[in-house]
Design a protein around this ligand. Structure first.
Ligand code: HEM
Length: 193
């Protein structure tokens, strides 16, 4: 059967919009975690300063994209491919994806709440999105200060697990999970559970 490229998802593969969001966000997450890792291992170096100067703007962009992606995912929920593998593997995949979404929303949201309550404002790609000034509001800053970094690292661990499982599906189990997100609709038959 000829491979079709559609905007929407289908039961045999992800459409153009889902794949563009997935790979565009993967590239931005790689950049975002590079800035976080450099902040820990190479603080005050030129490369760290360069990457860290983008952390707020890339983080805000990821926040907007994850909301769009969540809305698009919900709109396509009934059309999407079902997870492959045994019942236990499929359940683990659903739980893993749910945790990824929750953290992808919570991590930047906590930082943005902290910015909103800090009085320092927030400028994204040169545009002021939260005005500077006003008193610090601890109820808004405290959750971000306590949780943004630890949940950010937890998100990195989940992303590494997600990549490992995708490679396992594609190269060890040999099912269509990986090609559905790289090439879209796949005519590769589902592997036996
Ligand atoms: C999905 C998006 C984001 C991810 C994955 C992320 C990840 C991280 C990580 C892992 C750290 C810890 C670095 C360390 O241990 O020193 C961190 C720190 C930080 N991030 Fe983000 N971040 C995101 C979005 C944002 C946004 C939108 C802002 C600002 C509005 C922001 C502001 C900060 C600040 C100020 C710190 C240092 C203070 C702290 O550790 O909480 N981040 N980020």
């Amino acid at each position: 059967m000829a491979r079709m490229s559609t905007l929407q998802d289908t039961p045999t593969g992800y459409g153009t919009v889902t794949r563009a969001l997935h790979w565009g966000m993967a590239a931005l997450f790689a950049w975002q975690f590079a800035s976080a890792i450099l902040r820990v291992v190479a603080e005050d170096t030129a490369i760290e300063k360069f990457f860290w100067s983008t952390h707020y703007s890339v983080g805000f962009t990821l926040w907007v994209l994850v909301l769009l992606r969540g809305a698009w995912g919900l709109a396509n929920l009934r059309r999407r491919p079902r997870p492959e593998g045994s019942a236990a593997v499929a359940r683990a995949a659903r739980l893993g994806h749910l945790a990824l979404y929750l953290l992808m929303i919570a991590v930047p949201s906590l930082a943005l709440l902290r910015s909103a309550g800090s009085g320092r404002g927030l400028t994204v790609w040169g545009v002021e999105v939260i005005a500077r000034g006003g008193e610090q509001v601890r109820a808004l800053t405290a959750p971000g200060s306590a949780l943004h970094a630890p949940l950010g690292w937890a998100l990195l661990v989940l992303i590494v697990g997600h990549v490992a499982m995708a490679l396992w599906h594609g190269h060890v189990r040999g099912d269509a999970t990986l090609t559905r997100m790289t090439r879209g609709s796949s005519d590769r038959p589902a592997a036996q559970a």
